[in-house]
Design a protein around this ligand. Sequence first.
Ligand code: NAD
Length: 492
Amino acid sequence: MADKAGEGAVAVTSGLDWQYAPAPESRDVVAIAPRYGLFVNGEFTQAASGRTFPTINPATEEELTVVAQAGPADVDRAVAAARTAFEQVWGPMPGSERAKYLYRIARIIQERSREFAVLESIDNGKPIKETRDVDIPLAAAHFFYYAGWADKLSYAGFGPDPRPLGVAGQVIPWNFPLLMAAWKLAPALATGNTCVLKPAETTPLTALLLAEVCQQADLPPGVVNVLTGAGGTGAALVAHPGVDKVAFTGSTEVGIAITEKIAGSAKKLTLELGGKAANVVFDDAPIDQAVEGIVNGIFFNQGQVCCAGSRLLVQESVAEQVVDRLRRRLATLRVGDPLDKNTDLGAINSRRQLEKITELTAAGEAEGAERWSPPCELPSRGYWFAPTVFTGVSQAHRIAREEIFGPVLSVLTFRTPQEAVAKANNTPYGLSAGIWTEKGSRILWMAQRLRAGVVWANTFNVFDPASPFGGYKESGFGREGGRHGLAAYLDA
Ligand code: NAD
């Protein structure tokens, strides 16, 4: 059994030189169909135009299947189905009844978690240990959490009888495909809205599996619709006059385009955009723990995380020590097959993203920063990028200012807490930040001054459905998660 392949697979070859035998998760648990339709009004249908596009496995460049490409006629159909479901079924339904469906969806995600995890790894390129232990459990947790709110909205602090907005048009990115779908759908459904969801073009498959779960849960037709397609489909959806609420996660450029497009309409908007988080390490921090946090902060999901700790700000007196230990730790990271249970870093999601990372890292070198990667052999096919650290980075460098969205860390130094705050806030973004110190008072002092929606202390990239998440400045506005996440979907 592939499941057991990892047992006893670790062998010591010499001294501290560890070798890991392959421990592949089985692909057999997933049956990928040769063709996928749109999910509209409770059924899978082809696009009106008959057009399709392929989705590939970024680790191998193998074409996995073809998926329907929704056009304006399909957007019309999906929005109309969502409107009817909102007016006739879901809007009038008591919250306690809506909750039952959300609980059911959550439980089915748990039951089918292995299938979801393998499919996500294949379509996205991220390691199975992340999809298995983070993406899928958190997606289920979001449905559980918001199911609990569905019959308690009168007590959520939005007045005695908060009303849903209507039809939500939701556009999501490729970095956490199922999890972002859950972040969008769960609060919208709990509050009585119906949804048209547009997954990213490079990762449509788990959203379509979730559509199947909605069928399995007997969710009334039209409550959730899934339209696959690229930017054009997303643009048609957010502009559709039948959409009352737009929720977008993705790049700042597209977020700005959407804001301009719907300005002047009555649509409510939330945006979760990019980030360039500072991970600040003080000289009194437990260094080994901080190094683990730095690694998790920037190499989790190949750094393709909006809240990634991509700027390491380290106090000058310990900078050399931290960078030394970080390099030693990076030499132990395993890059390769996303389905191998020992893999730490999988593939970059697309050729386009790989090109962007390559271009920005070349700019880092050209601007004078010092580049370092551990020795690591990358597979010959697929989209791969070695974990990379830049030292000698100045605040003016592009790699310190622009979101790279890849496994690339820029290291800067500071001397005083005031300088750390000034440097951390010197960014157009404001999504997240990390602080590493043993002093509680310093954590509070820093957290009050950092302009970031989430500030982690002595940890990084920790998520919980009960905790709101969102940004300042060019990282967007509105909060997802927690009680705050309900506000985005209520007429409150
Ligand atoms: P993107 O913003 O282009 O795509 C995100 C989603 O928006 C996808 O579903 C896409 O199809 C859709 N979309 C594209 N154009 C649209 C439009 N005009 N109207 C409506 N929807 C549209 O992001 P990308 O091109 O996949 O990635 C580019 C960069 O964005 C990345 O390098 C990264 O810096 C950033 N990014 C951030 C996040 C995040 O979580 N904040 C996620 C993905 C990408």
